[in-house]
Design a protein around this ligand. Sequence first.
Ligand code: KIV
Length: 304
Amino acid sequence: MFLRSVRGFSVSATARSSYEHNVRNTVSHIHSLYREQTPISMVTAYDYMTSRMNDAAGVDITLVGDSLANTTLGYRDTNELSLEEMLFHVRSVRRGSARALLVADMPFGSFETSLEQATETSIKLVKAGVQAVKIEGGDDRILATIEKLLSVGIPVMGHLGLTPQRHNAMGGYRLQGASVESAEAILQAAHNLQDAGVFSMVLECIPTQLAKIITQSLDVPTIGIGAGHFTSGQVLVNADLLGMQSGPVPRFAHKYANFFDIGVQGLKEYTEQVKNRSFPTPDHGYKIKKDVLEKLKENISMKL
Ligand code: KIV
């Protein structure tokens, strides 16, 4: 049986969550969930608060996704995000996290030019607090990068299907793998990523049945977003899941809460109460001792 040591004693690393054991999830823990066919939950987080929420909810993997760019920083697309911004947010997420496996995206422009650049970037991300990095794509250059990162001891998560960093080349954010040729290319890329050594891979915006074929043919977990219900796990962007922005969410997502509307409602009430002077009430204030106040007034009047 697969054993791992937890604070001095050994436990079976089965589907029992590391949450119960108060230790951080590891790649091996994610693999044990996969072997036992327990679905894996992954959610993005971009700061201390959202990271703490993921941990409190028992999310298996917290992804500091480069969706940080559009959802939190207000950029047009993920390609505007810099490595420095990503590192700043990874540190914040790490401070809020004790249990989820932490994975960060390699931002656009931080790994493409050479293996050295990719290695330096991933080492910076690990030093900022993540246990693994995610990299989009599956061409030969990406495979070589994955092998290089593994050689320095950094686990890598792949990402196939819709890869937002290439949305300009892909002609927009659209379903991938809809033709036989494109479906076969994604299936082949998934196997190439597995052979290169990824510990899991995101499948984004591909047909459900294609995701099923890929998942069934691999020995590493697939984490789907817009890829149906046959993948080994699911990932959602926290802004969609928690309704942090007004308006509808993408068809493949589900709004489990309505943070934006609840937040705006609270802010409206606060503003109204400030305007009509019903907040703060006397109970929100701090008292001063009578003799201190009297002395203070006396001192002030002497100076005036
Ligand atoms: O950046 C991100 O949030 C992602 C997920 C959609 C998988 O890559």
